[in-house]
Design a protein around this ligand. Structure first.
Ligand SMILES: Nc1ncnc2c1ncn2[C@@H]1O[C@H](COP(=O)(O)OP(=O)(O)OP(=O)(O)O)[C@@H](O)[C@H]1O
Ligand SMILES: Cc1ncsc1CCO
Ligand SMILES: [Mg+2]
Length: 262
């Protein structure tokens, strides 16, 4: 594994344009996380323009957190346009196990070959077709219980699959690694996982996807740790996280990143 800071420095140098079709809860925090990391966010989701935008963006992310009839139509069109244009795209299958509508939407999106899938353990289990304890957007399964599902999903779809939680697990179907960064306050703030999905898109815009995904997870986790040092609770954690990402020194990231082969 190369130094995660190399990937962060590439994002800061290139300021990739990241189109993120995401949920209403995540829109603001995800855009701010992208800006703090040095990327350029664009929350463009209308059916009339999302596919055209995806063809010229540096990366696309799609998140089904608050899908409705219109966005469920726009998402596969944007994903198909990204695929045709060679724009890497990242999928966040929020609460995919909850309803048939989410499962059907996710099936259509997987057919458009995401380059990375990022979800919590319950979502990755459900997407792989296993029974999942998850009922909403929060994880109820342990990351370890989703590792086989992640490997199977990566093998079946060709995507890098990232399962996040206390220790994240990432696999491309052959290689696998764990990222032991982050803080228990992070899941107490809504949509930080969604924001991380956007960050993964920024990192894979110009880099090899397995390594870039690991770097994005480590960078976000280390920022969360630094943020928690001065936080009084979830509210100040979210504010501090933006500041920590913005101020992240390459040397600090490389020294604190805990990425190990699995
Ligand atoms: N208990 C924990 N300890 C340390 N870090 C954690 C913990 N739980 C989650 N994280 C970190 O929080 C970030 C978000 O991951 P999480 O798995 O909570 O996403 P999520 O469930 O999709 O969130 P959401 O749907 O609310 O956006 C990741 O960087 C992850 O490593
Ligand atoms: C709370 C919530 N509900 C739908 S999406 C979302 C953000 C976390 O996934
Ligand atoms: Mg999520």
């Amino acid at each position: 594994m190369d130094d995660p800071s190399r990937h962060l420095e590439r994002v800061r140098r290139d300021a990739p344009l990241v189109q993120y079709i995401t949920n209403y809860v995540a829109m603001n925090v995800a855009a701010n996380v992208l800006l703090a990391a040095g990327a350029s966010p664009a929350m463009v989701h209308a059916r009339e323009e999302a596919p055209g935008f995806a063809a010229m963006a540096d990366a696309l992310a799609i998140n089904i957190g608050t899908i409705d009839g219109r966005t469920a139509e726009a998402m596969p069109l944007a994903a198909a346009a990204a695929r045709a244009a060679g724009t890497p795209w990242v999928f966040d299958p929020v609460a995919v196990g909850a309803t048939a509508f989410r499962q059907e939407t996710a099936r259509g999106l997987l057919a458009e070959r995401p380059c990375v899938i990022r979800g919590n353990a319950s979502e990755i289990r459900a997407l792989a077709g296993l029974e999942s304890q998850g009922r909403g957007a929060d994880a109820s399964d342990a990351v370890a219980a989703a590792e086989d599902a992640a490997r199977a999903l990566a093998g079946r779809t060709g995507a890098v699959v990232a399962v996040t939680g206390p220790v994240d697990f990432v696999t491309d179907g052959e290689r696998a690694a764990r990222v032991a960064n982050g803080h228990p306050l992070m899941p107490r703030v809504t949509a930080l996982g969604c924001a991380l999905t956007g960050l993964v898109a920024a990192f894979v815009a110009g880099g090899p996807r397995f390594e870039a995904t690991l770097a994005a997870l480590a960078c976000f986790g280390v920022a969360g740790e630094i943020a928690a040092e001065g936080a009084r609770g979830p509210g100040s954690l979210q504010v501090n996280l933006l500041d920590a990402l913005h101020a992240m020194e390459p040397g600090t990231l490389d020294a604190r990143a805990r990425i190990d082969p699995a």
